[in-house]
Design a protein around this ligand. Structure first.
Ligand code: KIV
Length: 281
């Protein structure tokens, strides 16, 4: 049964979410039984090779999300709103989210920030657009949050993260990502909310988990603390590419069996028609 926002909120638990950015990956994620596929703006780092997510554009998110939407039959598709597609005003957010929903066909959008984006969340929800919140470490604020990723470690900071969670829920978000925060804080937040919390680097006490495609499949293996390499696809891909190059170099690939046959008389006639090759000097 295809996942809907309503079912996502009410159960099953724990929820399992993965990011994907293209059709073949999303097909695999769907077949693996993911509850949702997040088209994250992490595409900027893991696909485009930027050091952060800031350069990702709304057009790029539409492009990637449309591919994922075409693949997902059961999993719900959630599209990230990229940096500066919603921060200027609620109107800007509505226009950006509207384009994502109309042109790329996800079931929901995600945006970063807690209390400060509550008004924007409300505006989108009132327009009929389901919104997932994202608090704790918010990668689009990389330059204000600094190098330390963990958020909410001291009492004051923990109170702020809890307030962020309560405010995005009150604004109408159907779920909220908790990124890189103490697992006891994440568990406390989860116990206080009625909507599911989806953790990444936030411990086992969340309602569900999300991981980035390239991290969990080790493409490459960055040894990230908050992730785990569930398969060594990067290594397998590299071995495959090296073997391909070797086979082309040593002439073992392709063979005639990798092409198609032609009738003897056709090639014989063609050979008679072409000029004879001059012998090499
Ligand atoms: O962009 C992304 O992949 C995300 C996840 C890390 C939650 O926002």
């Amino acid at each position: 049964m295809p996942m809907t926002v309503r079912r996502f909120v009410r159960g099953p638990r724990p929820l399992c979410v993965v990011t994907a950015y293209d059709y073949p990956s999303a097909r695999l994620a769907d077949e693996a039984g993911m509850d949702a596929i997040l088209v994250g703006d992490s595409v900027g780092q893991v696909v485009q090779g930027y050091p952060d997510t800031l350069s990702v554009t709304l057009d790029q998110m539409i492009y990637h999300t449309a591919m994922v939407s075409r693949a997902a039959k059961e999993a719900m598709v959630i599209a990230d709103m990229p940096f500066m597609s919603y921060q200027a005003s609620s109107e800007q957010a509505l226009l950006s989210a509207g384009r994502l929903m109309k042109e790329a066909r996800p079931q929901a959008v995600k945006l970063e920030g807690g209390s400060r984006v509550a008004e924007t969340v409300l505006r989108l929800v009132e327009a009929g657009i389901p919104v997932m919140g994202h608090i704790g470490y918010t990668p689009q604020s990389v330059h204000t949050l600094g190098s330390g990723r963990a958020q909410g470690r001291d009492l004051e900071a923990a109170r702020r993260v809890l307030t962020d969670a309560i405010d995005v829920e009150a604004a109408g978000a159907f779920a909220v990502v908790l990124e890189v925060m103490p697992f006891r804080l994440a568990a406390l937040i989860t116990s206080q909310l009625h909507i599911p919390t989806i953790g990444i680097g936030a411990g086992p006490g969340c309602s569900g988990q999300v991981l980035v495609w390239h991290d969990l499949l080790a493409m490459p293996d960055l040894g990230l603390r908050h992730s785990r390499a569930f398969a060594q696809i990067g290594e397998a891909a590299l071995a495959g590419l090296v073997a391909y190059r070797q086979a082309v170099t040593d002439g073992s690939f392709p063979t005639e069996a990798h092409s198609v046959a032609m009738a003897d008389e056709v090639i014989a006639q063609l050979e008679r028609e072409v000029p004879k090759q001059a012998p090499d000097a």
